[in-house]
Structure formats: structure tokens, C-alpha cells
Design a protein around this ligand. Structure first.
Ligand code: HEM
Ligand code: HEM
Length: 126
């Protein structure tokens, strides 16, 4: 397994565990105000990162190495900031809204990189 697939797999397992703790926290405290943080940790952190791991496992040798590294690192830096920003915003700290906004744009940019790097795989598949 390449380093990128391995990195995304490790991140997905880590965020899966964190997201489950956040879900249980809301359920036990009967306070669902952290739903946006929990939902994004789960669907970006656990689900999307697991899917990226599978993508790179299968197609890793057919995509640009440089773009792969940019995608991986931008996703890994922006996503924890987005999760933290969402959590802080929804625990009454409105001043963290810019953190959530900027990290969300950065995460969106990382996805755009993925779309660009995955395009040749899509185009050349038979
Ligand atoms: C121990 C397991 C889990 C617990 C205790 C838990 C708990 C919760 C709670 C309390 C909510 C808020 C519900 C509401 O207020 O309407 C929620 C929402 C959500 N959870 Fe979980 N969750 C768990 C696992 C998962 C997993 C594995 C995923 C994804 C793979 C997930 C994805 C979501 C999503 C996307 C929402 C938002 C749903 C919506 O928009 O209505 N959760 N969860
Ligand atoms: C990075 C850019 C993103 C931004 C700015 C964003 C923003 C938002 C916002 C504002 C909501 C409504 C939250 C609320 O009810 O208060 C939401 C909900 C949701 N988003 Fe995202 N999102 C982003 C990326 C994603 C991605 C990549 C996924 C899936 C892989 C996703 C899945 C969901 C789900 C399942 C919900 C419903 C759960 C909830 O209401 O909290 N989002 N998103």
C-alpha cells in the first residue's frame, strides 16, 4: 500500500473513533448541538477519507505524484481545523466562525485538486 492510501486509511480510522465519541457525547448528554461537527467528522473524516484510501490503493500509480501530495496534505491540514471550528462555533464561540469558513474553503480546494488529479483516470478508463 502506498503512503497516501495508508495515510488516508489511518486518518479515517482516527476520525471514525473521534466522531463516534462525539456522537455518544451528544446522545448521552441529550444535547445535539454538536451535530454539524459530528456529521462532518463522520462523513469527511471517516467516510470520505476511507474512500480516498481505496482510490489511491487502486489508482495511486496512475495519478500525478505532486497533485496527490498536495491533495493529501491540504485535506489533512484543513479538515481538523474545520472540525475544530465547527465544534467551537456550536459551543457558543462565535468568534471561531472565520476559522470554520477559511478551513472549509481550504477543504473545498483540496477536493478540487482531487477532481483534477482523478480526471485522467476517468478519461483513460475503458
Ligand atoms: C455510536 C454511534 C453514533 C452515535 C451515538 C451518533 C449520534 C448522533 C446524534 C445524537 C446525532 C444528532 C441527531 C439529531 O439531532 O437529529 C447524529 C447525527 C448524525 N450522525 Fe451520528 N452517531 C453515531 C454514528 C454515526 C456514524 C457511524 C455516522 C456516519 C458514518 C454518523 C453520521 C451522522 C450524520 C451525517 C448526522 C446528521 C444527520 C442529519 O443531518 O439529520 N453518525 N448522530
Ligand atoms: C468543506 C465545505 C463544507 C461546508 C462549508 C459545509 C457546510 C455545511 C453546513 C453549513 C451544513 C448545515 C449545518 C447545520 O445544520 O447547522 C452542512 C450540513 C451537512 N453537510 Fe456539509 N459542508 C461542507 C462539506 C461537506 C462534505 C464534503 C460532506 C460529505 C462528505 C458534507 C456533509 C454534510 C451532511 C451529511 C450535513 C447534514 C448534517 C448537519 O446538518 O449537520 N458536508 N454542511
Amino acid at each position: 500500500m502506498g503512503m497516501t492510501a495508508r495515510g488516508f486509511l489511518a486518518a479515517s480510522i482516527g476520525y471514525g473513533l473521534i466522531g463516534l465519541v462525539a456522537g455518544l457525547y451528544m446522545a448521552i448528554l441529550e444535547d445535539h448541538s454538536q451535530m454539524p461537527a459530528h456529521a462532518h467528522i463522520m462523513v469527511i473524516g471517516w467516510v470520505s477519507f476511507f474512500l480516498f484510501a481505496l482510490f489511491y490503493l487502486h489508482f495511486g500509480d496512475r495519478v500525478s505524484r505532486r497533485m496527490t501530495q498536495l491533495h493529501f496534505w491540504l485535506a489533512q491540514v484543513s479538515s481538523p481545523l474545520l472540525f475544530a471550528g465547527l465544534w467551537l462555533m456550536h459551543s457558543g464561540n462565535d468568534e471561531f466562525q472565520p476559522l470554520a469558513a477559511v478551513s472549509a474553503m481550504a477543504y473545498a480546494l483540496s477536493f478540487l485538486m482531487f477532481a483534477v488529479l482523478a480526471w485522467p483516470v476517468l478519461r483513460n478508463s475503458t
